[in-house]
Write a protein that binds this ligand. Structure first.
Ligand code: DLL
Length: 433
C-alpha cells in the first residue's frame, strides 16, 4: 500500500494544483515586487508590474534569474524577508565566483522539511524506521534537509554526516538502520566496503536508500540495489530553492514528482529561453511559490531534463521530472560533439564495470582528447595484457557507438580511483587551464 506524508496535497487533482499555483504565484510576484528591488528592476525593464501576472499562464512573461544574478546580488540582494525574520543560511559552492548563499525563515525551513518528509515516506519510511543520514551536515543542504524530514516522519534519526566509513557501517549494523540517505557514489562505496567485509545483502538491515545531489544512471541504481539489498530512490533539489526534496521518487522508480504546491517547473530551450512542451528535453526552470526569505522566480537550474504529466502508478498527481541528464554547464563539447558524463557511465556499467571512473579531457595539437580511466573489479583484475587490451577495445567500441567519438580507455587497478564521501568529481577538463 502506497503511503503519503500529505495525501491531500500529493494526490490533489490537476485542477486543484493549478488553482493553488495561480493563487500563490500572484501573491509571490507581489511579495517579490515589494521586497526584492533587484527583481523589481528586472520586471520594470520588461515593462511589467504585478498586475500583469494573473496566474500560471502568465509565468512566461516574467524575467529569468540565473547564477549570474545570484553572484551580482550576493549576499543579500535577493533576500525577500527582513534579516530579523531569517533564521538560517545554507550554501553551496559554485564552480566559478562566489558561493551561493540561500536564506530561510522558520516557515521556509518547515516547508522544506515537509518536502523531505514526503520523500522519506515515498521510500516507505514510517516512525518504525531507523534513518541514517550520511549526507554532509553544515552549509550543504543534504544533511540538514533530510534530518528535518526524518524527524517529521518520526524515524529514529542517526545524524552521522558524511565520512568515516567504518563508523557508518558500524551504526548501520549495530542500530539496524533501515533507510540510508547519502550521495549515490557514497552509497556505492559503502556497498563495496561492506561486500569486502563479507557482508551479504541479506545480512544488511537496510531496506531503502534516498540518493541524490549528483547525477547517477539506472545502471548504477541496479548495482547499488543489488549490493545493499535495498530499493534505491532518487531525490533532487538545489540550495537556491531550499535543498533536497524539490522532487523525489516514489515506488514506480521512474522519475521524480516535483512538489508542485511549492514549485512551478518549466522546461526551456537554453539558447532562446522559449518554453518547451511536455516530453521535450531542455533546461529546467523553477519558480518558488512559498519561499519567504529567498523567493526566486523563474530560476534557471542549468539541469537538462524532461517533464512528464503521465499518470503515475503511485497515485501522486504532481508532475514528474526524469533523472537530470546532465547540466548545460557539465556538457562537454569534444571535437564538436556534445557529451554528457552520464552517457559514459551507462556504457561502463553496461559492460560490468563499477561506477569508479574518471573522464579526462585535454587538447593536444589543437585537437580535443578524451581519456576514460576505468577501474576493473577485483574479478577482472589480471596481468594478462591480451585480456586487458581486448577489454579496452570493447569499451572503446561501446563508447563510440554511444557518443560517436573515439575515446582512449585505460583500465586501472581496483581501488586506484579516489572515492568521494559527498559529490563525486568525475570530470577533469584540462582544456580550461
Ligand atoms: O545537491 C541538494 C541535494 C542534497 C539534493 C541531497 C539531493 C540530495 P546543491 O549543492 O545546490 O544542492 O546542488 C544542486 O546538484 O542543480 C543538480 O545539478 C545536482 N543534483 C541534485 N540532485 C540531483 C539528482 C543539492 N538527484 C545541483 N540527480 C542540481 C542529478 C542532481 N543531479
Amino acid at each position: 500500500m502506497e503511503r503519503y506524508y500529505q495525501p491531500e496535497i500529493e494526490t490533489a487533482s490537476p485542477e486543484q494544483i493549478k488553482a493553488w499555483q495561480d493563487e500563490k504565484l500572484v501573491k509571490q510576484v507581489r511579495h517579490v515586487w515589494d521586497c526584492v528591488p533587484y527583481y523589481r528592476k528586472l520586471m520594470e525593464e520588461k515593462g511589467l508590474t504585478p498586475n500583469d501576472i494573473k496566474g500560471r499562464d502568465d509565468l512566461h512573461k516574467l524575467p529569468f534569474l540565473s547564477k549570474y544574478d545570484l553572484r551580482e546580488a550576493y549576499p543579500y540582494g535577493l533576500m525577500g524577508a527582513p534579516l530579523k525574520d531569517c533564521v538560517r543560511i545554507q550554501s553551496t559552492s559554485g564552480t566559478t565566483g562566489k558561493r551561493v548563499v540561500a536564506f530561510y525563515t522558520q516557515h521556509d525551513i518547515d516547508l522544506w522539511e515537509d518536502c523531505c518528509a514526503r520523500a522519506i515516506t515515498a521510500a516507505g519510511g514510517t516512525n518504525e524506521d531507523v534513518c541514517q543520514i550520511s549526507y554532509g551536515y553544515g552549509l550543504f543542504t543534504g544533511g540538514p534537509g533530510l534530518n528535518g524530514g526524518s524527524h517529521k516522519v518520526g524515524c529514529l534519526t542517526i545524524p552521522t554526516s558524511s565520512g568515516n566509513t567504518e563508523r557508518q557501517i558500524m551504526f548501520i549494523m549495530d542500530l539496524s538502520a533501515t533507510i540510508l540517505c547519502c550521495t549515490p557514489s557514497y552509497a556505492a562505496y559503502l556497498g563495496e566496503t561492506m561486500k569486502e567485509m563479507g557482508l551479504t545483502p541479506d545480512q544488511i538491515p537496510l531496506k531503502a536508500g534516498i540518493f541524490g545531489a549528483e547525477a547517477w544512471s539506472e545502471e548504477m541504481r541496479q548495482s547499488i540495489q543489488e549490493t545493499l539489498g535495498i530499493k534505491a530512490y532518487d531525490i533532487y533539489g538545489l540550495t537556491e530553492l531550499s535543498g533536497p526534496g524539490v522532487a523525489f521518487e516514489c515506488s514506480a522508480q521512474n522519475g521524480m514528482h516535483i512538489n508542485e504546491d511549492h514549485f512551478i517547473a518549466e522546461i526551456i530551450d537554453p539558447e532562446t529561453g522559449e518554453v518547451l512542451p511536455d516530453g521535450t528535453q531542455g533546461e529546467l526552470v523553477f519558480t518558488s511559490l512559498d519561499k519567504e526569505a529567498f523567493p526566486l522566480l523563474r530560476y534557471r537550474t542549468r539541469d537538462v531534463c524532461v517533464l512528464s504529466h503521465e499518470k503515475c502508478s503511485c497515485g501522486r498527481t504532481h508532475v514528474k521530472m526524469c533523472k537530470p541528464r546532465g547540466r548545460t554547464d557539465d556538457m562537454l563539447i569534444i571535437r564538436g560533439v556534445n557529451v554528457f558524463p552520464s552517457q559514459i557511465e551507462t556504457v561502463l556499467l553496461n559492460q560490468g564495470y563499477p561506477a569508479n571512473y574518471q573522464i579526462i579531457v585535454d587538447r593536444v595539437n589543437n585537437t580535443d582528447t578524451l581519456d576514460v580511466q576505468v577501474e576493473m573489479t577485483p574479478e577482472m583484475f589480471t596481468d594478462n595484457l591480451g585480456e586487458i587490451t581486448s577489454r579496452q577495445r570493447e569499451l572503446v567500441d561501446g563508447l563510440r557507438s554511444m557518443l560517436g567519438l573515439t575515446a582512449k580507455v585505460t583500465l586501472v587497478a581496483p581501488k586506484s580511483i579516489t572515492r568521494s564521501e559527498g559529490k563525486a568529481v568525475r570530470v577533469i577538463d584540462r582544456r580550461k587551464i
